[in-house]
Ligand binder design. Structure first.
Ligand SMILES: C[S@@+](CC[C@H](N)C(=O)[O-])C[C@H]1O[C@@H](n2cnc3c(N)ncnc32)[C@H](O)[C@@H]1O
Length: 281
């Protein structure tokens, strides 16, 4: 009886393991069958559900004009969906050579082999600075290590991460279903003092901006009058804020930032829009 019980336990354990393994082989083909949870260089392979892939790419408003990079691309599903369902070009970077080859075969089989390229490489070595959209499903510390590189990318680059955030760089959008994901827009570097022309022809105008990622604040100094800017917003390279002039008229300023120059309009009711420019001091 005792031996029968032991045999039953072993049989049960083997059965469970077998079921577990069968459940967790995913996305492979006859040449390579990756196992969910298998080791990767810096993080294991765990695929994002197709449902969440679609939501992440939709949140990032991916279009045929985009170049999407998936960092640690696994079986290629994010890159493939970006090309197949959103018409984008996509590049996946995957360290595991067998996984990278499988992902390229998956892309070819999906009919988007021309628009999807899988690079067998390391996300900390490969250059992804040309991406207009970056996607990832990594780990919190890897996101933080990548953060300085991402923040140096072109302002307006969209970034979405499955499961993990970017530390104190707060997300613009949090996705909660079917699982957690985050979305950011790379902000332009706007911190500093800007000398503005066109706002008030009689008075020197200085815009002083402080910045914590996309969150900004500051003051507008026109002649000797200084006031906090109202409702400031930074969306990639686009900055907007309001201010009140000496005759108590409200103005809405919308400018685009290009390195050390800004250009845009100052709108106020009852007046023509005024073109304004500015240089970082
Ligand atoms: C959690 S999976 C995500 C796969 C895919 N992005 C998805 O969301 O379905 C992470 C992938 O990153 C790969 N990886 C780990 N470290 C890497 C590195 N340093 N460079 C490139 N790929 C890496 C792993 O092999 C694995 O396929």
């Amino acid at each position: 009886m005792k031996y029968f019980k032991i045999l039953l336990t072993i049989f049960g354990a083997l059965f469970t393991l077998n079921t577990f393994a069968q459940n967790y082989f995913e996305g492979g083909d006859d040449k390579y069958k990756p196992l969910v949870g298998q080791e990767g260089k810096d993080v294991i392979w765990m695929p994002t559900s197709n449902e969440l892939v679609a939501i992440m790419l939709k949140t990032a408003k991916v279009t045929p004009n985009d170049l999407v990079y998936d960092l640690g691309s696994g079986d290629g599903r994010i890159a493939i969906a970006a090309a197949k369902d959103f018409g984008a070009r996509a590049i996946g970077i995957e360290f595991n050579p067998e996984m990278a080859a499988l992902a390229q075969r998956n892309a070819n089989r999906s009919g988007v082999g021309e628009r999807v390229k899988i690079i067998n490489g390391d996300i900390f070595v490969e250059d992804f600075s040309k991406a207009t959209v970056v996607t990832m499903y990594l780990l919190p510390d890897l996101n933080i290590s990548l953060r300085p590189t991402i923040l140096k990318m072109k302002p307006g680059t969209r970034v979405t991460s499955h499961a993990f955030n970017m530390g104190d760089w707060e997300a613009d959008i949090e996705i909660d279903s079917p699982s957690k994901a985050f979305y950011w827009v790379v902000p332009a570097r706007v911190e500093g003092d800007w000398v503005i022309s066109g706002m008030d022809p009689q008075n020197k105008t200085i815009l002083k901006l402080s910045q914590h990622y996309q969150k900004i604040g500051g003051t507008l100094q026109i002649g000797s009058n200084s006031q906090p800017i109202l409702n400031p917003k930074l969306d990639g390279a686009n900055l907007s804020f309001s201010y009140i002039d000496r005759s108590k008229t409200s103005h809405l300023v919308k400018v685009a930032i290009n390195n050390n120059e800004i250009k845009g309009v100052d709108k106020s009711s009852g007046y023509y829009d005024t073109e304004i420019t500015g240089k970082r001091r």
